[in-house]
Design a protein around this ligand. Structure first.
Ligand SMILES: Cc1cc2nc3c(=O)[nH]c(=O)nc-3n(C[C@H](O)[C@H](O)[C@H](O)COP(=O)(O)OP(=O)(O)OC[C@H]3O[C@@H](n4cnc5c(N)ncnc54)[C@H](O)[C@@H]3O)c2cc1C
Length: 504
């Protein structure tokens, strides 16, 4: 098909991995695409921990849109073999450690303060930590190689409807004014500002149960957590994997810390803090003060320095946000643009890819019918809101329970149950309607119910008794039984789950 110059079927604003992969899929389906980026690549970005679900979606997109590069990036082994220059890290699973203020980390041979959940069977087939300056630059390069028009350093100044099927767009690119036309616009900017400005949407944190904010950066020479454990005599012989090769979550009184290691001595680390920022300290002051309260963590950062990029600590406001609507006549937003809950359990990359998969297939299937397209986009939005609600329940329950590790462990298992249920549907050949199977009523009901029970158990007025905690755990175990194909919550496993990973 011939396209007049500067006139496209799709204009995608934002070239994070979501925008670039959406562009690649639509391009392969035969549409003309213009990918617009306000900055340039490589650039620093946070949100780095992939999961089995993300990998499965990458492979499906690779198959459906003939994008072999995505398949190669869906496993650590094939990533290393095919893209050795694109930095990533090995992620074998999800690890959680409970710390107490002003105390060195403690545990026992039953791993009372540890939870390790394997997500892959071996290194070759493992998930990855994405070093986003490299990965996002690679996806943009793939888009350029596929012949997609890519405009960086480009600012869109105005967007106007010219006719039912055409937007007129004024932009400046590297200082030059430019006129573009597009039938449809995809907002992949990863923030609510673009659609607020051009489509009149609003974004808010209303209704979220989670209230968190983050301070983070990349570091060089963070000491290995596994070495700390071994040197201090902790039992690691029954670990399913080396915890430095996982998404490390350190649970703290004010929140938690993520640690994600890349291959070249780089570590992404961030504090995610529960509740509003009441003291307005600088990122550096707050980071230093919290780390100094946790001697085992402090030790890990003894010789660490800030990496460039970003060469500084970044501090956010409240992370939770949701657009009032994520589609309209001639436009739609991708997931991370439309809303976000929290980095806990690393849902971001997988959820973003699920959005790309869904939106692209809707746009292709409804090419000729605007009413049909709007109906499908309404379902896309309703599903996304339900998914955010489920993630919010899963995450906020973890914040509530994090001071009592047994409760936290039981509640966290609900996230793994939702993930496994979703993975199993995909393995059976069905693409689930909602991320984490959020519209499966029994599953959603269990999460909602135990979120409520947790609230009753720990409502701020009294700490739960050991009996109440044991009862809660037993009830969760019974409730998840129909979904628990991985043998989670088996006391014999002592919080070490070797075999949750499904062969994929
Ligand atoms: C603190 C934090 C920690 C996180 N940790 C994790 C994690 O561990 N694991 C995980 O899976 N997810 C995590 N996430 C989520 C993850 O960041 C997102 O899922 C991911 O970044 C979404 O990618 P994206 O391509 O949609 O958007 P982005 O990565 O935000 O990319 C958007 C792109 O659009 C460009 N842009 C912005 N405005 C404009 C404009 N007006 N015009 C043109 N271009 C524009 C930007 O420059 C950028 O290149 C985290 C998020 C946060 C906030």
């Amino acid at each position: 098909m011939q396209h007049p110059k500067n006139s496209y079927d799709f204009l995608i604003s934002g070239s994070g991995f979501a925008g670039s992969i959406a562009a690649l899929c639509l391009n392969h389906a035969g549409y003309s695409v213009c990918l617009v980026e306000k900055g340039k690549h490589p650039r620093f970005a946070i949100g780095e921990s992939s999961t089995p679900i993300a990998d499965m979606i990458l492979r499906k997109l690779a198959e459906n849109y003939d994008l072999p590069g995505l398949r190669k990036l869906s496993r650590y082994g094939s990533w290393q073999a095919n893209y050795p220059g694109v930095t990533c890290g090995l992620k074998r699973g999800f690890s959680y450690y409970k710390h107490f203020k002003n105390k060195r980390f403690t545990s026992d041979k039953h791993h009372v303060h540890e939870l390790l959940v394997a997500a892959s069977v071996d290194d070759e087939n493992s998930d990855t930590q994405w070093y986003r300056p490299d990965t996002d630059a690679l996806f943009v390069q793939m888009a350029k190689d596929a012949g997609i028009e890519y405009l960086d350093h480009t600012e869109i100044k105005s967007i106007k409807k010219r006719s039912a099927n055409s937007w007129s767009i004024e932009a400046t690119t590297r200082g030059h004014e430019m006129h573009l036309k597009s039938a449809f616009i995809i907002d992949a900017t990863g923030s609510p500002d673009f659609s607020a400005r051009f489509f009149g949407t609003t974004s808010s944190a209303d209704g979220f149960r989670t209230s968190s904010r983050a301070i983070y950066s990349h570091f060089r020479d963070v000491a290995a957590w596994n070495s700390f454990l071994v040197e201090n005599g902790f039992r690691t012989d029954d670990y399913p994997y080396n915890p430095d090769h996982s998404a490390l979550h350190h649970l703290l009184e004010p929140g938690w810390m993520w640690m994600l290691r890349f291959n070249d001595a780089l570590t992404s680390a961030g504090l995610v803090l529960d509740g509003a920022d009441k003291n307005n300290h600088s990122a550096h002051e707050e980071w230093a003060s919290i780390i100094s309260d946790y001697p085992s963590l402090e030790k890990m950062f003894n010789n660490a320095t800030l990496a460039d990029p970003p060469n500084r600590l970044k501090k956010t406001g409240r992370l939770q946000r949701k657009l009032n609507t994520m589609h309209g006549d001639g436009w739609a937003a991708l997931h991370h643009t439309a809303g976000f809950v929290d980095p806990l359990h690393s849902t971001g990359i997988a959820h973003s890819l699920a959005g790309v998969e869904k939106l692209v297939s809707i746009l292709i299937a409804t090419e000729h019918g605007e009413p049909a397209r709007q109906k499908k986009l309404q379902q896309y939005e309703a599903a996304f809101f339900k998914e955010l609600e489920l993630i919010d329940l899963l995450v906020s329950g973890c914040y509530r329970s994090r001071q009592h590790f047994k409760l936290f462990t039981a509640y966290t298992i609900l996230y793994f149950i939702c993930s496994i249920s979703y993975e199993q549907l995909r393995l059976g050949g069905t693409i689930p309607e909602t991320f984490l199977n959020a519209e499966e009523p029994d599953l959603f009901h269990i999460v909602e119910e135990y979120h409520g029970r947790l609230h009753d158990l720990w409502n701020g007025t009294h700490a739960p008794s050991e009996i109440e905690i044991s009862q809660f755990i037993e009830h969760v175990k019974k409730a998840i039984n129909p979904f628990n194909s991985a043998g989670l919550m088996d006391p014999g496993k002592k919080n070490m789950y070797q075999h949750t990973a499904v062969e994929m």
